[in-house]
Design a protein around this ligand. Structure first.
Ligand code: PML
Ligand code: MG
Length: 274
């Protein structure tokens, strides 16, 4: 029997030229969790996202849904801070400084940028060992795609209104992903900026720093994005367990008003939110 407690993971990926696996250019991807009754509208939302993308018109799209067997974990959203910067170089310096504050050694930051410069297109995240700077994920697979996470719109809307933050779907999706990734004890930090040519804001995320937006991490027009997870393998049984968490553990972001109100009294609500 279908009921409100049965959830489905809904995924979309769109490419141009050919499918992803045949070397097509990545256009867009999307992840949602839906109840049976929400499946139709979720699929429509993802189709719309893939068809109206600034990276181009796709001629390949894959949409799939599957019932989730695992129980869904509920995680509070990371606190959001915004770092306004006047240029890409200031933004990149801010990102490096935040990564250092998060516990990533400057040599490891340099090594991860080196790894990034050798990749032509990423469809998921690169995993970097936070102690050695070595790439951990399979380089033939174009990155690990984090899946099975969502934030019910009503809860997101109340959160955004409370903190006077824009109800920006892109920020919502990125914050959902960062919150899931940082929730794992082996994630030291995440660094991300968009592969969309018209979007230059990115972020560094970490348990203590929260979700630190940086208003410029690349030049407008650049189609090269970045998503790096700095991983502490001493906090892991094995890497497969980590990748398994990223790709299969269902996570709902859930903001609890009570918890946040006590946080609010400690912080500036216009730039900080939980
Ligand atoms: C993306 O477009 O895929 C990533 C966007 C990252 C920044 C989102 C934000 O906080 O504005
Ligand atoms: Mg993109």
């Amino acid at each position: 029997m279908q009921n409100e407690h049965t959830y489905y993971s809904v995924r979309m990926r769109a490419a141009k030229g050919d499918s992803h696996k045949n070397g097509g250019k990545h256009i867009s991807g999307g992840e949602m969790i839906a109840t049976f009754n929400e499946l139709e509208s979720s699929i429509a939302e993802l189709v719309e996202k893939g068809l109206t993308h600034s990276r181009g018109k796709p001629d390949f799209m894959n949409i799939q849904f599957e019932r989730i067997e695992e129980s869904v974990e509920h995680v509070a959203p990371l606190a959001v801070h915004t770092n306004p910067v006047p240029s890409m170089s200031d933004g990149q310096a801010t990102a490096r400084s935040l990564l250092k504050d998060a516990g990533v050694h400057p040599n490891v930051i340099n090594m991860s940028y080196q790894v990034l410069s050798q990749i032509s297109e990423l469809r998921g995240a690169v995993l970097i060992d936070v102690h050695t700077g070595q790439r951990l994920d399979d380089p033939t697979k174009n990155g690990v795609r984090v899946s099975r996470m969502d934030w019910p719109w009503n809860n997101f809307e109340s959160w955004a209104k409370t903190y006077h933050l824009p109800q920006n779907n892109r920020m919502k999706e990125a914050l959902v992903l960062a919150t899931k990734v940082v929730h794992h004890p082996a994630t030291t930090a995440e660094l991300c900026w968009s592969d969309d040519p018209d979007y230059i804001t990115g972020y560094v995320a970490n348990k203590n720093l929260g979700y630190q937006r940086i208003t410029q991490l690349k030049e407008i027009g650049d189609e090269k994005g970045c998503r790096i997870f700095y991983v502490d393998q001493t906090k892991l049984k094995n890497l497969d367990a980590y990748i398994n968490y990223l790709t299969t553990q269902p996570v709902f972001i859930q903001w609890e008003r009570d918890e946040v109100i006590s946080d609010e009294s400690r912080s500036n609500a216009s730039t900080t939110a939980n």
